[in-house]
Design a protein around this ligand. Structure first.
Ligand SMILES: [Zn+2]
Length: 226
């Protein structure tokens, strides 16, 4: 199965202003920021709004009162630069052919993984964990979901972003196609169903663990660290 992004029309679902401001300020968890970065490579509108948000953040910084540094700040900074790396850098390799069409920021994340095979999560649902070391504090995963498959009914303890890379799904909020970014706040409970003829491939990033409302979802949660 090869990933191929079929670009049909500009995205219909976008990042909110609040999300883009947090993104520009560097205040988003890494997985959520990755989803926004990947969406801006597919969406000229959000790329422009993110640039405006960065300008706003920059001009606010320019106007901020300078804060006094502690006397040894410079020495401590140089000490950190010279300190040896605590962990070796991740193994780099070529992006496998089945993921070669991903947007740039996602290709970089996949490049850093030691294992890029799809793992079966549940019938019809496969995943690649982009941040396999993290547990309990949010996540970013690529999902590959078969046509007609319904995801478990769930809510969120924080933001959940879904970026569609292939295929489409429909949930209580609407229909989401290639390039669309679904941004769900913590008060939304939804149950997406894949309605495309091909597998739906999407990036799902959460700020905090999902809250499943079905027994199946709650049983899956501890097994897969969702
Ligand atoms: Zn957009």
């Amino acid at each position: 199965m090869t990933y191929h992004s079929v670009k049909t029309s500009p995205p219909n679902h976008h990042a909110s202003d609040a999300l883009l401001l947090s993104y520009a300020a560097g205040a988003l968890p890494s997985g959520v920021a990755l989803a926004v970065a990947a969406h801006t490579t597919l969406c000229a509108d959000c790329a422009h709004r993110a640039a405006v948000a960065e300008d706003i953040g920059g001009s606010l910084l320019d106007r901020a009162e300078p804060a006094a540094l502690c006397p040894d700040a410079l020495a401590r900074t140089f000490g950190r630069i010279e300190a040896p790396e605590a962990t070796p850098p991740p193994r780099m390799h070529d992006v496998p052919p089945h993921l070669a069409g991903l947007p740039g920021p996602l290709r970089a994340a996949v490049n850093a993984l030691p294992d890029t095979r799809w793992r079966l999560l549940a019938p019809g649902i496969r995943q690649i964990d982009l941040n396999p070391g993290a547990r309990g504090g949010g996540s970013s995963r690529l999902f590959r979901i078969s046509p007609g498959t319904t995801l478990p009914h769930h809510g969120h303890a924080g933001i959940e972003l879904t970026l569609i890379l292939q295929g489409s799904f429909t949930d209580e909020v609407g229909r989401f196609q290639v390039g669309d970014l679904a941004e769900l706040e913590d008060d939304v409970v939804h149950q997406p169903i894949v309605d495309s003829a091909e597998d739906c491939i999407c990036l799902i990033a959460t700020e905090a663990p999902l809250r499943f409302s079905s027994l199946l979802g709650r049983l899956m949660q501890p097994l897969f660290g969702l």
